[in-house]
Design a protein around this ligand. Structure first.
Ligand code: NAI
Ligand code: MG
Length: 354
């Protein structure tokens, strides 16, 4: 029997449009081996659309993808459009309206991809769990007295008990399925209202998970430790801002921004979840056919896991890990000279060989 999934594709801008076809090719190939069939609907929501039609997506955009099983996004952003337009016009509405309150980023140093910052080639295997819908990225605040010496700006951070508890629960649950260790990123020595509240809820959550070891670390010390000794970590949980910074740092530790995946999850499955590589639209290499498709392909693997097909997900991961460990074929960002297509073909070949 075949299981069918309907996937909304949002290629976006630049190399976003170049890395999604490889991800779909890998999905189709692994699907054939596991009785899965994917139907893709492609949406042209992008900065290009913004420049011609004045909006990143149509007004009823979210209604068009609400009933898909998942969303696969390439990257959005282009030099001629301010970044806050592409972010607040597309990504943030999707994350918030679909209650994708978990941003999940697995960090692994893969055999054959040297990390620029650590000599460790094995043992770096952790996840950053970022709160994805509230916290520091709020619309509450304003500016006064523009252009005068008294000009000022105020931006409020919003931490709710419900929003904080659910992300902490997710992190602690996840630790249970891994090494059983949670590190919470905090800064309660400097941010004296929201962060002590966060810390209290971490402690409450920790008490509810007696089988999980946990500790709090101040964000400044934590980033240094991640650079110096990334193999110490299992699950790191942080607010929207701290998690954002931690996950890009961690992606760099793992070797290249081009291979890092991210999932925006609605754990209750009331709405579709969205999977997107960490990298942006890379205008500097767009249209050259040399983008690394691995971030998008790893996203496809995470998507399969979320859709309830862990064996197929692992098969994708094993295929690209094997391809990197046993060949020298790489895109230029990893020091090779392969094109996107050549590297994708290698992964497809590795996937279907056994
Ligand atoms: P970027 O990630 O697009 O590029 C940074 C550097 O990494 C560039 O030198 C690029 O060539 C390289 N790179 C990134 N992904 C690669 C890949 N798959 N293969 C090979 N090389 C790769 O970040 P940048 O330049 O700061 O941003 C460009 C645009 O993308 C901006 O408009 C930004 O707002 C947007 N952006 C969008 C994101 C998203 O859609 N979630 C995330 C980050 C940036
Ligand atoms: Mg970021």
């Amino acid at each position: 029997m075949t299981t069918r999934h309907r996937i909304a594709l949002i290629p976006g801008d630049g190399i976003g449009t170049e890395v999604l076809p490889p991800a779909c090719a890998v999905l189709d190939a692994v699907g054939r081996r596991h009785g899965l069939a994917f139907a893709y609907d492609t949406f042209d929501w992008s900065c290009q659309r913004y420049l011609t039609e004045g909006a990143m997506m149509p007004e009823d955009g979210l209604g068009l993808i609400r009933h898909h099983d998942a969303i696969l996004l390439g990257a959005v952003g282009w030099p001629t459009v301010p970044d806050h337009v592409s972010l607040w016009g597309l990504l943030i509405p999707i994350r918030r309206q679909f209650q994708q309150y978990v941003n999940l980023r697995p960090i692994k140093v893969l055999n054959g991809v040297p990390s620029p910052v650590t000599k460790a080639t094995t043992g770096v295997d952790f996840v950053v769990v970022r709160e994805n819908v509230e916290g520091e990225y709020s619309e509450i605040g304003g500016r006064l007295n523009r252009g005068f010496p008294t000009e000022m700006a105020v931006q409020e951070a919003v931490f709710t008990r419900q929003g904080t508890e659910r992300i902490l629960d997710y992190a602690f649950e996840m630790a249970r399925t891994r090494q059983g260790e949670v590190v919470s990123a905090t800064k309660s020595n400097g941010i004296v209202h929201t962060m002590p509240f966060w810390d209290e809820l971490v402690e409450e959550t920790g008490n509810r998970f007696p089988d999980v070891a946990w500790r709090q670390e101040h964000i400044d010390a934590l980033v240094a430790k991640i650079v110096l000794d990334p193999s110490r970590f299992d699950v790191i949980v942080g607010s929207n801002l701290f998690g954002d910074i931690l996950s890009d740092l961690a992606a760099a530790v793992a070797g290249s921004i081009g291979i890092a995946p991210a999932a925006n999850l609605n754990p209750e499955r009331d709405h579709p979840s969205m999977f997107e590589p960490v990298h942006g639209s890379a205008p500097d290499i767009a249209s050259q056919g040399i983008a690394n498709p691995l971030g998008a392909i790893w996203c496809a693997s995470m998507m399969l896991d979320h859709l309830g097909h862990p064996e197929a997900a692992i098969e994708i991961f094993d295929a690209f890990a094997t391809a990197l460990a046993t060949t020298q074929v790489r895109t230029p960002d990893l020091g090779g000279s392969a094109t996107t297509k050549e590297f994708t073909n290698l992964i497809l070949h590795t996937l279907t060989r056994h």
